[in-house]
Design a protein around this ligand. Structure first.
Ligand code: UGA
Length: 453
């Protein structure tokens, strides 16, 4: 099938490369000529595990091309996939790019296949596909839904760092379609994945699926963090043990004949310094705001966001309890990326921590294996000392805060001499018994000191 990807950012590019790899003819369209040039040369403009070689392979095989020219790309195309950004403006998601993409596609649809499906991949609030995209397409193209035009909402479930694997080995495919004809086309797109669980529904339900999937994951994180904060107020309680006991409920981790299954969700049910990234905060805010517009307050999700907002501050209070006034103190931040495996710093708890530390008058040393350039680019005025060398970053500091669970930090004990320097483990990945002055989220440090003494 000939597929046009409109918007070749993170989701669009991974989707385009994946679709080309399963045999489709794909053209990635983007407004940015630099992005187009790089893709055409087989060089990924984004850092994503496994993407570069797959892109090269499919460009070389002439299954994938890139252009700024949407009109030409649409000639004889069967499907266009809209994967443009839907930024949150503080109140609503901004549909400007979605509307523009729909408009641009509609204007050039005359040259596409006699039946063409427009598929929305971007995360959009419920109703957008039917009430916004559909009418633009029909009005401008002159085509009619159900006859020569189909609509599909096909949410993406790609996580940064594993996006290529998530695409090539999907856990589920959700197809929200306008009619059966559109469904048949979309089923042929995903034919190689016919054994994967498929949810066929209408477009609005598909839109809701995406928000609820992310809301659920974010809720598990804030739930664990709230319990962690409670545990840290109780002497001799460690939330890690508490959550382990929760994990081992056979309804969460079933016991099969070959042993226990440990679902990936278990890592979300561990305490930490809070979630970030380009998806959870934006999507939760958007669905809360959508709920309000419908007269329904999503109280749990509001609390999830509030717990998440407070989480870095709760670690800072423990830090101040331990070392007192922060002015003139030097603090090492280990990890800037919002999670390991990416250089993405969007909504990373490290940003809140660094800003607060600087406001308190502390000086900050920051280490990250890959995200330092991103940090410098996005926050050029932030007065931080950046280090690529871990030992130098923690040398002579008053305290260390571990923010991102990079593997580099797992053996901090072996790699750097910490002595009595307090270490605040924001991810609970370190062995608390190996450090003289360990503080972990959800661990009452008083009890730990006595345990270690
Ligand atoms: C998330 C979802 O996991 C994907 O399924 C979804 O497709 C994607 O959003 C999206 O909407 O596009 P992503 O934001 O890349 O993917 O990253 P996650 O691995 O889910 O992590 C999100 C945040 O939760 C990070 O800040 C991470 O540090 C935090 N997190 C994650 C935890 O605090 N604990 C965990 O156990 C896992």
């Amino acid at each position: 099938m000939k597929i046009v990807i409109v918007g070749s950012g993170y989701v669009g590019l991974v989707t385009g490369v994946g679709l080309a790899d399963i045999g489709h003819q794909v053209i990635c369209v983007d407004l940015n000529p630099k992005v187009v040039r790089m893709i055409s040369l087989g060089v990924s403009p984004i850092f994503e595990e496994g993407l570069d070689p797959l892109l090269k392979k499919n460009v070389a095989a002439k299954r994938l091309a890139a252009t700024v020219d949407l009109k030409n790309a649409l000639v004889d195309s069967d499907i266009s996939i809209i994967s443009v950004g839907t930024p949150f403006d503080g109140k609503n998601i901004d549909l400007t790019y979605i509307k523009k993409a729909a408009n641009d596609i509609a204007e050039s649809l005359f040259s596409a296949s006699p039946y063409h499906v427009v598929c929305i991949k971007s995360t959009v609030i419920p109703g957008t596909t039917d009430a916004v995209v559909g009418p633009i397409l029909e009005r401008i193209s002159g085509r009619r839904l159900g006859y020569d035009l189909g609509l599909c909402m096909n949410p993406e479930f790609l996580a940064e760092g594993t996006a290529v694997k998530d695409f090539m080995m999907p856990d589920r495919i959700v197809l929200g379609v306008s009619d059966n004809k559109a469904l048949d086309v979309m089923k042929s797109v995903y034919k190689p994945f016919e054994l994967v669980d498929l949810i066929v529904t209408n477009t609005v339900t598909a839109e809701v699926c995406k928000y609820v999937a992310n809301s659920f994951l974010a809720t598990t994180i804030s739930f664990s963090n709230e319990i962690a904060n409670l545990c840290s107020t109780i002497s001799d309680v460690d939330v890690v043990d508490v959550m382990k006991a929760v994990h081992l409920d056979r309804r969460l981790s079933p016991i099969l004949p070959n042993g226990r299954v440990v679902p990936g969700l278990m890592s979300f049910l561990m305490p930490g310094i809070g979630f970030g990234g380009s998806c959870f905060p934006k999507d939760l805010n958007a669905i809360i705001s959508y709920g309000n517009s419908k007269g329904y307050s999503l109280r749990i999700l509001e609390a999830v966001m509030e717990t998440n907002r407070l989480q870095p501050h709760s670690l800072l209070s423990s830090l101040r309890n331990e070392i007192g006034d922060l002015s003139q103190k030097k603090i090492a931040i280990l990890g800037l990326a919002f999670k390991p495996g990416t250089n993405d710093i969007r909504e990373s708890p490290s940003i809140t921590l660094i800003s607060s530390l600087l406001n308190f008058g502390a000086s900050v040393n920051a280490h990250d294996p890959v995200a330092i350039p991103e940090m410098k680019k996005n926050f050029p005025d932030l007065n931080v000392n950046y280090f690529y060398d871990l030992k130098s970053a923690v040398f002579n500091v008053d305290a260390i805060i571990l923010v991102t669970s990079w593997v580099e930090y797992l053996n901090l004990f072996e790699s750097v001499v910490l002595g009595e320097t307090p270490i605040f483990d924001g991810r609970r990945i370190l062995d608390k018994n190996k450090y003289e002055n360990y503080h972990g989220i959800g661990l009452n440090s008083g009890s730990n000191e006595s345990r270690n003494s």
